[in-house]
Design a protein. Structure first.
Length: 391
């Protein structure tokens, strides 16, 4: 087979890259180890920055997100039993949209297949060869068990946090991995229940952080800070609701209960790979970086990566100008590190670290009070939460 861009991974980065390239008349092949149903049914968080929603609408992916997405013009930070609202629209003129990642993937897959895009699910043994040459190839075994080989000009590694493509960049000579493991995890639930709030609630409490978010009017997504060694079996439904009430309830808020139908434990990590390119290989999305979910940046960063990468690739194919490709890492890394800072800041301000003393807790409350009382502090949160322009 021959294509101009070989894309490893059918997550948000890989599928959006393929879609954007198609709009510029550039063919690609997307390779994914999971089945289509697995990709579309794996439940993930879904807070979309205004930039992401605008891009989806502008590129023909916006029908469902406009019809089904929930526009949120603010969030509430709760601490010391009270809440302070961060008004995004008042502070920035922008908002965010709650629309789950798996719904974004459904939209992307339907559009790529509708445009006769080449997306191959259930492949195995995907291996990139000769990415330092002008003629890289990708070998794989298709779902029928046949060995295949793709010849391409450029390769995009969009294969997520369990990436194989990242390790094609030599660690000792070229690649630097920046990594932080946090001393807590999130216990997440999906519940058939009424909304606790029309907007997200981020709650600081001495017992640990809690987040009340929503998926639809009838399905809610809530999180509790837990020990990273905790398991699903340790948390009964009664224990979960009791803990959410203790951490969230208070003046102006009360958690509304329902039937829990999904439980999971989410580990907390921050990671950045530098550089995000090597020869004809370019990394995007979780293969290049991960952030704690506190700042709702993961999928939005993946989309921002491929906006830059698709433009650089298109310019290369249209004019043979390689400057955009050569500067891909230095273009996207400032945004990535800004998102890392914001996610780390919110995480450290809202979570209770193991062994925290009364001094630590009172300092956090003072920080939250200072930030939310100040117009400058609220604006800083709002600007980062709704996202800066792509570029």
């Amino acid at each position: 087979m021959r294509t101009r861009v070989g894309i490893v991974g059918a997550g948000p980065a890989g599928l959006m890259l393929s879609h954007l390239l198609h709009l510029r008349g550039i063919d690609s092949v997307v390779l994914e180890s999971r089945s289509r149903s697995d990709v579309e049914e794996t439940i993930r968080a879904g807070v979309l920055e205004q930039n992401t929603v605008d891009l989806m609408v502008e590129t023909g992916l916006g029908d469902r997100v406009k019809a089904e997405g929930l526009t949120h013009s603010g969030v509430e930070l709760r601490f010391a039993g009270r809440g302070r609202r961060i008004d995004f629209e008042e502070l920035t003129g922008r908002s965010v949209t709650v629309y789950p990642q798996h719904e974004v993937l459904k939209d992307l897959i339907a559009r790529r297949l509708g445009d006769d895009g080449d997306v191959r699910f259930e492949v195995s043994d995907v291996t990139v060869h000769d990415h330092l040459s002008d003629t890289p190839t990708i070998s794989f075994v298709d779902k029928d068990g046949s060995e295949q080989l793709i010849s391409c000009d450029l390769v995009a590694g969009c294969d997520g946090s369990r990436t194989g493509t990242r390790f094609l960049i030599p660690e000792t000579q070229v690649r630097t991995d920046h990594f932080r493991q946090y001393p807590f995890a999130w216990f997440g639930i999906l519940a058939e229940a009424p909304q606790t709030s029309e907007e997200l609630i981020y709650a600081h409490h001495e017992r640990g952080f809690a987040l009340c978010s929503t998926r639809t009017a009838d399905v809610q997504r809530h999180y509790l800070q837990v020990d990273p060694e905790d398991t699903v079996e340790q948390w009964s439904d009664d224990r979960i609701w009791d803990e959410l009430h203790k951490r969230v309830d208070g003046e102006g808020a009360e958690v509304r209960e329902g039937t829990i139908f999904s439980k999971s434990v989410l580990q907390f990590r921050s990671f950045v790979c530098e550089p995000l390119q090597h020869g004809r290989l370019f990394l995007a999305g979780d293969s290049a970086h991960t952030v704690p979910p506190t700042g709702a940046k993961g999928m939005n960063l993946a989309i921002a990566d491929v906006v830059v990468l698709s433009n650089a690739m298109a310019t290369y194919f249209e004019t043979r100008d390689e400057r955009g490709l050569a500067s891909y890492s230095e273009t996207v890394l400032p945004r990535i590190w800004r998102a890392q800072h914001f996610s780390y800041w919110l995480t450290s301000m809202l979570h209770t670290v193991p062994g925290a003393t009364s001094f630590d807790l009172q300092r956090q409350i003072a920080e939250l009070d200072t930030v939310t009382r100040s117009a400058a502090g609220r604006t800083l949160i709002a600007e980062n939460y709704v996202g800066v322009a792509f570029g």
